[in-house]
Design a protein. Sequence first.
Length: 363
Amino acid sequence: MKVIVFAGPTISESEITSVLPNATVLPPAKQGDILKTKALKPNIILLIDGIFEQHPAVWHKEILDAIDSNIVVIGCSSMGALRATELALYGMIGVGDVFESFDSGEIEDDDEVTLLHTDKSYGYGHISEALVDIKFTLKSSVKAGIISDEVATSIESKLKETWYPYRTYTLVFEAAAQLLEEEGLNQFIHFVNNAPSLKKLDALKALDLIKTTTENKSVFPPAPNFDFSFTDAWQMMLDEFNVEEKTPYYSSHLLSNTAINHDGYETQILSRYLAKKLISEVSKEETLPTMHKIAQKWACSSNGQTDFNKLGKRLDSLSLTPDEFIQFIERETALDLLKAKLSDQSSFAIDEILSSGELDKLN
């Protein structure tokens, strides 16, 4: 069972591996990280921490892609709790009090889990504190009889009004000093300095859930069926992070009933691959000549024009859907456009002759 955990300021790598010794621990996730992680073939991805501002945040679509690929995706504590709230309907599993607070609507603002911290080389040290942790500590202080509800509410309001990079326990203590006598303040400071982090407690719950489930050879509930739409934006993301698209061009029926020997097609396949990568979009006007060309090759034309009645029958005989045919025409058009661009590249033609050994063509 391969488990990947994205974490940083919430919980340390050593704390994670003390629960899951074989887990692969990666830094807080940014956009594209979960998509790239699929290459590691994980069974479970636990998203704890993510990046908010320095880089684009983890995209919902890449999480849906992982779920659609039968990877169990769990979220908690911070970015994980946010994304689990948003994607619970699609099968992302949320764990812990922070997730439940977002899921119930008790917490609505993303900034409550946000904090400023150092990078991995400095141990993800906290420069500020997450408001969810401060609120948890204040509630715990009330339960322990250290401060009153009124004092906790006043301090919480002060911190809520403060921009997240400046939310610190120093600020908490300064606010408390305006409301408590010296002895009460000292008790409060001592209590806070020894209070646990709610985000870390949630992370430990998630790790324990994974450990218990895998050790008992249990399974997580399957994700509900949903339609993973292959959009232009998704293709752009695949291109940006150099990930091959997972959706085949043709139906499984056609692929399973077609025996293809790649021998002798390598150059043509490479040309088509490059055309698809280099020319991502073609206009309808550009596809029309290509469609006429294919219609003629398939004996589906009359008087130089495409005979759509014949073409429809031919598609049926090939088990090709109209969408598959249109996408084929778009790719074929991209190939024609690429060939046009390469028509005057004599140097590459010489490269091909030298490679093929047909040296007499150079004399």
